[in-house]
Design a protein. Sequence first.
Lengths: 285, 208
Amino acid sequence: MAMDPFTWSHWYAIGRLEDVPEGGTRKTRLLGIDIVAHRSSGEVTVERVEDHAPLAVQERYGHVWTTFSDEPKPLYDMPEFDEDGRRLVTAGCVTVRCSGLRAVENFLDMAHFPFVHTGILGEEDHAEVEQYCVEMRADVNEVWATKCRFYQPKAAATAEGGQMTHYKYRVPHPFSTILYKTCPIREGAWDLVGLFIQPRDEDLCDVHSFVLVFDEENTDTGLLHFQQTIFLQDRMILENQVPALLPLDPRRELPTRADASSIAYRRWLKENGQSFGVLAEEAVG
Amino acid sequence: MKLYDYVLSGNCYKIRLLAAFLKLDYQTEPVDFYPGKQHKNEEFLTINPLGQLPVLRDGDLVIRDAQAILLYLANKYDSERSWWPANNALRVGEVAMWLSFADQITSTASAARLHDMLGYELDVDAARSGANTLFRVLEDHLTDREFDGDDWIAGDCPTIADIACFPYTALCGDGGISLQPFPAIQRWVRRFTALPGFVAMPGINCIK
């Protein structure tokens, strides 16, 4: 297994808070290792199945998080979770047969909207990806794509008709990504949509996703159905990508200008020594 | 008319398909099947004591079971009697036989999909192997139909038998089952997605 210190050093979501109810047990797998979570007297404990070694736990952002590291990097901050008036909907975990890194990269890609999410996040008559900015924020070791604009027929569950949607993308963790998008009903506010990916193995992942929005109109179930529709459209595409692992060698694939965020993400992974979920380097050309 | 609906359910999709083909006006009531298991809560059990989707409410009538709802809608709203060929005893028998077959596709191919996608604990090898056995039967049948110059499961036009068999067959890749060994099924899937009024759902490949 291609384990590396960067992958090992992070916290990972392993289920929603509701997935580990009082007295309940959740068996799962993280980074190729079987683990089990249990809640008693309100406290969640997680241990490795093989030797019962206890792991660190925190409950945050609607999910249970754990890590194998003795000195984990702090879980990234999302202050929006403390803002009044926002609604959190957690969509549950969906298993996808691909590297979790592939799922992050697909999430960053606007060019697929008109073809995969036709009539919702894009339409074929408006397929152009305008130029956007990409930056590596060295102080927090994160990748950001900003000033993204895309025409969307139905940008969110609340959207009435098409609109030019403004996006920011953030990658604060090799297996997490958050999208900030113009809130259709509140001027100047951003709605959040994010993926917390739990790599079960190098080529298999559980994707936990959430929306954190201002929305006075839709039921939680309405928001859930919108989110699941989008993600399950992506799942079919992800399972058909070859190879299932993410290639980091820049000579492997031919990027276009629209792929600037993907290029930055791959470069960032490489600089941080990511090898878990990455296609092993080979001589090309 | 109101459909208690879950977007990722192939059984609910059967109803959305027939409603689209018949251009019916209806509302949906979204149910949190996953992860919330709302279809098993007390309130929903008063609507369907079996705790299953879909359920259709039409006026005072509450009707459950995808195949039963297809029969009801086709009989009530299809004035041309093409989706349920009620005037032809032979066709009725054939369509009914394949409606029942569709339920077996649900208990195998749909089960494999729930396992692979949403983490349901079940015997996925048995589910996949059961689905492959059924797909072999459907493949042979559709091949015979093509030899006879017909495109559909029963008769010379699509019926609710095609609608009932379509979703979990077309979605079988979600459960790790390939349609590669079944070329006649693949051709039938492509014909189905090209029907006027066809609507998609996530996981259905509509590339023409």
